[in-house]
Design a protein around this ligand. Structure first.
Ligand SMILES: [Zn+2]
Length: 190
């Protein structure tokens, strides 16, 4: 993965402002601070990928501050977790199987038991990653699902943000209506 540390350049008019009067995750108006949310955008091309990190100045309340650093998980992360937990459970069971008091039948079903435990572990992790009361997301509430760049220069000609908090999305839409009307900024309600 090639990481581009250089500052990303935006085409004229590709400007965006983040409203700062409500938490971008839960919408509360109290105790807010601006946190620079490291937001990664990966583009795959020619079998490789480039990753750009945008630092988005977003308002978070105390309770939601930790969601600013929780990167969203995709299916590849889940599969990796499943494989890792299978390997760990398998090793534990092999260790148990070598003990005298463990019945021999266990070793016959070792792989099946390890798969069942790995699936349970993965499901538990996924289910525990639920937003708290009033929160719109357990993970970063603002993401960049769309990024259009000029082929050679790499200049960003359009950018799309998705918001898990729809009230915040409405305020963003209002604050950025000119760039949105020019199709240089897009809003997606996640
Ligand atoms: Zn909040």
């Amino acid at each position: 993965m090639l990481n581009i540390p250089l500052k990303v350049n935006f085409a004229n008019g590709v400007q965006f402002y983040f409203p700062s009067h409500l938490c971008c995750n839960c919408g509360t108006r109290n105790g807010l601070k601006i946190i620079s949310q490291d937001t990664r955008r990966t583009t795959y091309m020619f079998g490789g990928g480039t990753e750009i990190t945008f630092k988005l100045p977003l308002p978070f309340c105390d309770r939601c501050a930790k969601t600013a650093t929780r990167r969203p998980k995709n299916i590849a992360h889940r599969i990796l977790l499943l494989i890792l937990s299978f390997a760990i459970w398998f090793a534990i069971l092999v260790g148990l199987g070598s003990l005298d008091f463990v019945p021999e039948t266990l070793s016959n079903y070792l792989a099946y038991i390890a798969i069942a435990l790995a699936v349970t572990t993965t499901l538990a992790v996924v289910l525990m990653a639920r937003p708290a009361d009033g929160q719109s997301s357990y993970f970063q509430p603002v993401r960049i699902p769309t990024l259009k760049r000029e082929f050679v220069s790499g200049i960003v000609t359009a950018i799309g943000f998705s918001f898990t908090n729809h009230e915040y999305a409405d305020h963003f839409q209002l604050a950025n209506k000119d760039a949105i009307a020019r199709n240089q900024v897009y809003v997606i309600k996640a």
